[in-house]
Ligand binder design. Structure first.
Ligand code: SF4
Ligand code: SF4
Length: 446
């Protein structure tokens, strides 16, 4: 039986108010956060910032989309601006992409401008981007709307402009693969199938990092599915330091950190959020490994954005202050700790601009210089026999299936939706096939 999916079929319900339409289409932050876009758009601000900074090494997805799909992207940006009442739109893109900047400048309508950004990490962090573009500092624990802005990823805005259910994901496959590329892949396809589409791994023993190398999650296997937030698949030799670093057990991080941290403060002095004036000092979080720290050191970990710069670049002892911050966050929350300062007291560090980490230095430090740093968008006809769509690919609650095992669905049909009134996102089928509802996922067999 074909599932009855009502409003969520492709092209349905034209003219609906934008946040409602965005919710129907299952659009979430495609840059990795997965926050439901419909919720983000329910505000009034003066500026919409398109985040095209794409600062994870080796990733090229956003600039490729701007190169090939500027029209739906700009349409989505104008729609978002109109919805939130913004008079101004800003596209923040690395200055090194001069050809794309020039092409965009020929196409942008009035009210939208292109702002070239330095090629530094983490330029794509929302807080850093907003500061670079507007000069405003989002308060610790705050949101861009606190400084009169909304930030949205390029692909997210393009999805708004395309006005169809999110069934596919753009991502870059890079590292130790035959042909680094940016691809459009069906959501729910396996990581292994996508790696094969990039010509396969060039080494026999390898690990895979999802999302990028700095804020990556190691893939448990090649069978894990691509989700709506997977922006990159990085293949690296199994013995590469980044694979070992991302798989290091917490007990190891603790033991080494306790004995080897000399409190040099390099981690803090390079921390982009510390440099922004936020109350985050990772060297103090490191003290928690040796003895109980005070509330100030604990509370600071809450404002760590997990960019990993302290661990991957700053620390001369190869310690892992980022993971120490991550481990301390829930403890700080349990103790009910919050920063008690006022937004007016936040003052960016006078050296902030001079301590930015250039991408080429980061790539060298990470041992990625040997890999081809390109990812052209290539058409590839994926014909998966099966897709596995997790019910939670987004911030909020898992979606609840609206189909049942045995239903037949088409690409774009609604599979699951969040409970009424709860934060979440709809999930649509990415292929034609037959449904099996399995615990935390809906599987479609072609
Ligand atoms: S940079 Fe490394 S050694 Fe220095 S304080 Fe931070 S964690 Fe300790
Ligand atoms: S991961 Fe490290 S550098 Fe990044 S915000 Fe957290 S403490 Fe600062």
């Amino acid at each position: 039986m074909m599932a009855r999916t009502g409003i969520s079929q492709a092209g349905a319900a034209p003219g609906a108010a934008l946040p409602g339409r965005v919710e129907e289409l299952g659009i979430i932050g495609a840059g990795g956060g997965g926050f439901p876009t419909a919720v983000k758009l329910q505000t009034r601000v003066s500026v919409v910032i398109a985040n095209a900074a794409e600062c994870e090494p080796l990733l090229h997805k956003d600039k490729e989309l701007l190169l090939h799909y500027a029209e739906p992207f700009l349409r989505g940006m104008e729609m978002a601006m109109e919805t939130v009442g913004a008079r101004e739109g800003v596209i923040g893109i690395k200055e090194k992409y001069q050809d794309i900047i020039e092409a965009l400048e020929r196409q942008v309508p009035s009210g939208i401008r292109v702002v070239p950004l330095p090629d530094v990490y983490p330029a794509g962090d929302e807080f850093i981007l907003v500061h670079m573009v507007t000069g405003r500092v989002i308060p610790p624990g705050g949101l861009p709307k606190d400084v009169d802005a909304v930030v949205s990823n390029v692909e997210t805005l393009m999805n708004i402009g395309l006005d169809r259910p999110v069934t596919h994901k753009y991502l870059t496959v890079a590292g130790a693969v035959a042909t680094p590329v940016t691809l459009r892949v069906p959501v729910g396809i396996t990581v292994g199938e996508v790696v094969e589409a990039a010509g396969g791994a060039t080494v026999s023993d390898f690990g895979v990092l999802l999302g990028g190398v700095m804020m990556a999650k190691p893939a448990a296997s090649l069978d894990v599915p691509v989700t709506k937030t997977t922006g990159g698949i990085i293949v690296l030799p199994a013995e590469h330091a980044l694979i070992r670093r991302h798989n290091a057990p917490w007990i190891h991080v603790q033991r080494i950190g306790r004995s080897a941290c000399d409190q040099c403060r390099f981690c803090t002095e390079f921390c982009p959020r510390f440099l922004l004036g936020h109350p985050i000092e990772p060297h103090r979080a490191m003290q928690s490994l040796g003895f109980n720290t005070g509330a100030d050191a604990m509370v600071s970990t809450l404002y760590c954005c997990e960019c990993n710069l302290c661990t991957m670049f700053a620390c001369p002892e190869d310690l892992d202050p980022k993971t120490v911050c991550v481990q301390n966050k829930p403890l700080a929350r349990e103790r009910g700790l919050v920063w008690k300062g006022t937004p007016e007291s936040i003052e960016p560090h006078p050296m902030a601009e001079f301590r930015r980490v250039p991408m080429r230095r980061l790539i060298a430090k990470l041992g990625l210089g040997e890999f081809n740093n390109t990812g052209p968008l290539v058409e590839h006809a994926f014909v998966p026999r099966r897709v596995n769509l997790p019910l939670k690919q987004h911030a909020g609650v898992p979606a609840i299936p609206v189909v049942k095992t045995g239903d037949r669905v088409r690409t774009g049909d609604l599979l699951a939706a969040p409970e009424q009134g709860k934060l979440g996102a709809r999930i649509h089928s990415s292929i034609d096939g037959v449904v099996t509802v399995k615990g935390e996922a809906v599987v479609i067999e072609a």
